[in-house]
Design a binder for this molecule. Structure first.
Ligand code: FEO
Ligand code: CA
Ligand code: CA
Length: 706
């Protein structure tokens, strides 16, 4: 218990917005998205006959399928341009990734005693567990990087050091027992108030400071190693560490692949090929592919661009649909990246914003590999992407667009995944996400007339229904009337509007459970649901002014993840269990933990659902929760840990041996009024010399994973 008990908090400001996040987080993380008008102004409410709609779409397919399949060639180029595997040993981890789906015989009993809701400035885990920090902002990543010094920051240092805030976390074993592993993290966003001593305003930052912030976005890969036979991991700090790497928003080149790559909508003056993008940004959640690469979602990219207020017509409508500010609403609060790089000024580079909002695929096992952005998977505020292999070995990725009243998507690859662990298979698999069918979800309901927005269960005892995946691009052809393939992939939100997709309450992480093969989506919250002229509650989003969010479970018909029909239910309606509007799979609500704002989901080897939260609207610190999904304990949700004051719980990652849980403690102490000199959180050191933007681990005791 290295930092379990700390003093109660210095309260620097109480500026929570209605859904539980602090104003400062709203500003820096998503550009005050909640203050803007809902970007989805489409009138595509549920209009009834799903079967009829599907027949209509199939009709479009027949007429539209004359176009050839546009297979991207970028992947092959990437492979030939880089050594197949530059390290001294062969790619080690592919079978280990697959092994996870084979661990169905485990029985993981969640026997830990739940952590109580709290507001302490500490990471709190159940009795019998321990935790420590693995890495945090500024720690050296690339060999030769300097040690961090908050008062002596430089761009040269940040380019080699661990980036700021983390959301996605993955741990990829480098050997069978995972004694060594690669830790891969997203650096979602920066908070300059808390990065720079003597911060005054974005306008007062030096250009180098802005570049430091840009460089602190992106991703990191670091080698970690197990301490003895425990579940503790520490950074490998010596040796060549060939995999250690920073991807940044400032310098790293990404190759666009797929049908829209190279098309006019993606060309800029600096990149007339429309295929070569500098940087990735606002990377939120992500996933690991069956072939051992990382997927990362570019989420709130909109906030980094200025100049859209001069746009008109279609261009303005497109900017608005993506939440790009067209009224210069926050001139003093915007990120000012255009001061360091004019590509963030849309008056000069109107297409630059089109080059963000993609799913990034990155091969951490090939040092120097070129990461790619897959246009075939559509452009939205991608929370993340997670893959399950269909029974016929296609890669099926599930994805959420994190915005109030936006949509759920899935992508089905044209090619099959090659399950062999050979260089040829690897080369092939790296092209799998470059072509396929992109779908958006439309949900139908069993109890539509009984939903009153209070969260009251309908008489059939379930929020449930059927659903259809509506194709947007298939066989290389657009399935959307009036939109080309390029337009559908670059302005995917508008395509979803046109086909009548179902407006959801902020779809965040969407992940397949590889044990029961069902899909789970975190719907974080939507305080606008049923408010004003916004759409009212429906059975899949059953509460108006939904402060606490819910979980959606999707079951593909006939276990066919390539198919177009499914059933769904809402197993959890979050909140204080004493609130009659909550639901925990019908489990005794006196025994479950309060939970608010589910964000990331993960599964252990037994298929138990783990949920991390972002923005607890019940007033407690965010946390990580776990629940069985099957058997008599299904719905017995318990809090496994809580993160320090002001932080959001991200990751999580449960190792295959069930010995360790990795979480990203994102933005501790991010409370309005806080600064380097006046921190709102002193975790984990008790001072703020090295702000605790960190990844931590927790050890499972033997009984839990047994
Ligand atoms: Fe970055 Fe949707 O949270
Ligand atoms: Ca129902
Ligand atoms: Ca998230």
């Amino acid at each position: 218990m290295t930092d379990q008990i700390r003093r109660q908090l210095p309260i620097v400001g109480v500026a929570k917005v209605s859904h539980g996040r602090d104003r400062m987080t709203c500003l820096y993380r998503c550009g005050n998205a909640c203050d803007h008008a809902v970007p989805n102004g489409s009138d595509n409410q549920y209009f009834g006959d799903l079967v009829k709609n599907e027949v209509t779409r199939r009709g479009v397919l027949r007429t539209g399928a004359v176009a050839g399949v546009a297979l991207g060639l970028g992947g092959a180029g990437v492979l030939s341009a880089t050594p197949a595997f530059a390290a001294t040993e062969p790619p080690p981890a592919l079978p280990l990734v697959e092994d996870f789906s084979a661990m169905t015989e485990q029985t993981t009993n969640l026997t830990f005693k739940a952590v109580a809701p709290n507001r302490v400035d500490a990471l709190v885990v159940p009795n019998g567990y321990d935790h420590s920090v693995v890495i945090r902002w500024g720690d050296p990543v690339v060999p030769g990087a300097p040690e961090f010094d908050v008062r002596n920051q430089s761009l040269a240092a940040q380019l080699k050091q661990f980036g700021y805030n983390n959301d996605f976390v993955a741990v990829l074993p480098l050997d069978k027992k995972a004694n060594r592993a690669l830790l891969v993290c997203n650096h979602e966003y920066t908070n300059e108030d808390l990065m720079f001593p003597n911060f005054v305003s974005q306008d007062a930052l030096t250009v180098e400071q802005i570049k430091i912030a840009i460089a602190a976005h992106g991703m990191s890969v670091v080698e970690i190693e197990r301490v003895g036979k425990t579940g503790q991991y520490v950074l490998v700090k010596s040796g060549s560490r060939p995999y250690n790497r920073r991807l940044t928003a400032l310098q790293t080149h990404f190759r666009l692949t797929g049908p829209a790559a190279g098309t006019a909508l993606l060309k800029t003056a600096a990149d007339p090929t429309g295929t070569d993008v500098i940087g990735t940004m606002n990377n939120c959640a992500g996933g690991v592919t069956p072939w051992g690469t990382i997927l990362s979602g570019e989420e709130n990219f909109n906030q980094y661009f200025v100049g859209a207020e001069t746009s008109t017509g279609d261009a303005k409508a497109r900017f608005n649909r993506y939440g790009i500010d067209t009224v210069n609403r926050y001139p003093s609060g915007s990120r000012k990246w255009e001061r360091a790089d004019e590509r963030f000024d849309l008056t000069k580079n109107p297409n630059e914003a089109n080059r963000f909002g993609w799913v990034v695929e990155f091969d951490p096992f090939t040092p120097g590999s070129t990461p790619r952005k897959h246009t075939a998977m559509g452009r939205l505020k991608h929370e993340g992407a997670n893959i399950i292999k269909s029974r016929d070995a296609k890669a099926v990725a599930y994805m959420g667009d994190d915005e109030r009243f936006d949509y759920l998507y899935k992508f089905v690859s044209d090619k099959k995944v090659d399950g062999r662990n050979t260089p040829e298979a690897r080369k092939h698999n790296l092209t799998v996400l470059e072509s396929g069918t992109l779908y958006v979800a439309k949900l139908g309901y069993t109890s539509a007339t009984e939903i009153d927005g209070s969260g009251k269960l309908p008489t059939d005892g379930a929020f449930n229904g059927t659903g259809t995946w509506i194709p947007l691009v298939k066989g290389g052809a657009s399935m959307v009337d009036g939109m080309t393939v390029d337009e559908v992939l670059v302005f995917t939100r508008l395509a979803g509007d046109k086909v009548g997709a179902t407006k959801m309450d902020r779809p965040e992480d969407v992940e397949p459970n590889l044990v029961n093969r069902k899909i789970y989506a975190a719907l974080t919250n939507n305080t606008n649901r049923g408010v004003g002229s916004n759409p009212a509650a429906d059975e899949a989003n059953p509460r108006n002014a939904n402060k606490h969010g819910h979980i959606l479970e999707i079951t593909e018909d006939n276990d066919d993840h390539t198919g177009t029909t499914f059933t769904w239910r809402v197993p959890f309606v979050c909140g204080d269990p004493t609130d009659p509007a909550t639901y925990f799979m019908g489990y005794d609500k006196t025994k479950v933990s309060p939970i608010s704002c589910p964000d990331n989901v993960a599964f252990d080897g037994a298929g138990n659902l783990w949920i991390s939260t972002d923005g607890n609207a019940l007033g407690s610190n965010d946390g990580l929760f776990a629940t069985p999904l099957e058997g008599p304990e299904a719905g017995h949700l318990k809090q496994f840990l809580s993160v320090p004051y002001g932080a959001e719980t991200c990751g999580p990652w449960i190792t295959d041996d069930n010995k360790s849980v990795f979480v990203a403690v994102q933005h501790p102490g991010e409370i309005s009024g806080a600064s380097v000199a006046n921190p709102a959180s002193n975790w984990p050191d008790g001072d703020f010399a090295k702000p605790g933007i960190a990844v931590t681990w927790s050890v499972w005791n033997k009984n839990i994973g047994a």
